[in-house]
Design a protein around this ligand. Structure first.
Ligand code: F6P
Length: 322
């Protein structure tokens, strides 16, 4: 009989597919004889003992839901030494000997501190941005990209009807993956990402002039949130080209909605894998996807990795979107 009690929490920005991961953690752990506590509102819930005991039915009918049924939060208190100690005390009181943390790099730093303080933790990458260097994929990315593509397709209808230019901001503060992938999928004339500097004349105006000469009359420019200033860009483009230009910020709509098949499946795989690690007495590990396989790394090693921007794919996008 497995006597472990584990806790599961979601932390940082929510992402579609987090529920699939929570469901997999709960059911895998219960099947191995563990007791599972669902923690409400991330590390805040851990600090205040805001738990609910989970059973197999607690996670019924959630795999298809966006957001996170455990709620999420950012917890400044947990990042202080006192906050950490308080969380450790709560874990000891509830005899928690394993925590699964679903979130981004900031959440993994918390998991590392907790592991170092003696509470074994496993991280699962859940963020729409795909900005975790150690993993080829983060839960929520696929749904967010598909939502963005759907929205931009709608925008294209009106952009095309008016012979206009649309400058669209998609999410991604530090990472241009959503911008690049949606840019390819909607045939954007220009894609601006935080990883690469851009030249207004060369990367936007010249490309618009070139395609205009070939007969193109409407344009979509995708801008990652980290590049920003879409309203100013739209004004500049209109001034330089004479083409009526509108700016649209897609915003948090990209974080919601029913998770795609991919996010449900990857969430399920990672949740299952995380519990296997706790079963093997592992701590301070992050579950990642590498070359299509689920593997795990030490959290410190994972946090030190640098994410490589896929320049090859970016160049393909620019070559064919003319
Ligand atoms: O979830 C990631 C992300 O969507 C980023 O792209 C964005 O910068 C950030 O979260 C905004 O999050 P919030 O509004 O919750 O602070």
């Amino acid at each position: 009989m497995n006597t472990k009690t584990i806790a599961v929490l979601t932390s940082g920005g929510d992402a579609p597919g987090m529920n699939a991961a929570v469901r997999a953690v709960v059911r895998t752990a219960i099947s191995s004889g563990m007791k599972v506590l669902g923690v409400r509102r991330g590390y805040n819930g851990l600090l205040h003992g805001d738990f609910m005991e989970m059973n197999l039915r607690s996670v019924s009918d959630i795999i298809q839901d966006g957001g996170t049924t455990l709620f999420t939060a950012r917890s400044p208190e947990f990042t202080t030494p006192e906050g950490l100690q308080k969380a450790v005390n709560v874990c000891q009181t509830f005899q928690i000997n394993g925590v699964v943390v679903i979130g981004g790099d900031g959440s993994f730093k918390g998991a590392r501190s907790l592991s170092q303080a003696g509470i074994p933790c496993i991280g699962i990458p859940g963020t729409i941005d795909n900005d975790i260097a150690s993993s080829d994929y983060t839960i929520g990315f696929d749904t967010a990209m598909n939502t963005a593509v759907d929205m931009i397709d709608r925008l294209r209808d009106t952009t095309e009807s008016h012979d206009r230019c649309s400058v669209v901001e998609v999410m991604g503060r530090r990472c241009g993956d959503i911008a690049m992938m949606t840019g390819i999928a909607v045939g954007a004339t220009a894609i601006l990402v935080p990883e690469l500097p851009f030249d207004f004349e060369k990367d936007i105006i010249e490309r618009m002039h070139f395609t205009r000469k070939t007969g193109k009359r409407h344009f979509v420019i995708i801008v990652a949130e980290g590049v920003g200033k879409v309203a100013e860009l739209a004004q500049e483009i209109e001034k330089r080209t004479g083409i009526e230009t509108r700016a649209t910020v897609l915003g948090h709509v990209q974080r919601g909605g029913r998770p795609t098949l991919r996010d449900r499946v990857v969430g399920s795989q990672m949740g299952y894998y995380a519990v296997q690690l706790l079963n093997k007495e592992k701590s301070n590990r992050v579950v990642v996807m590498k070359n299509g396989k689920i593997v795990d790394y030490d959290i410190t090693e994972a946090l030190e990795m640098k994410k490589q921007f896929n320049k090859e794919l970016y160049d393909i996008a620019l070559t064919i979107s003319i």
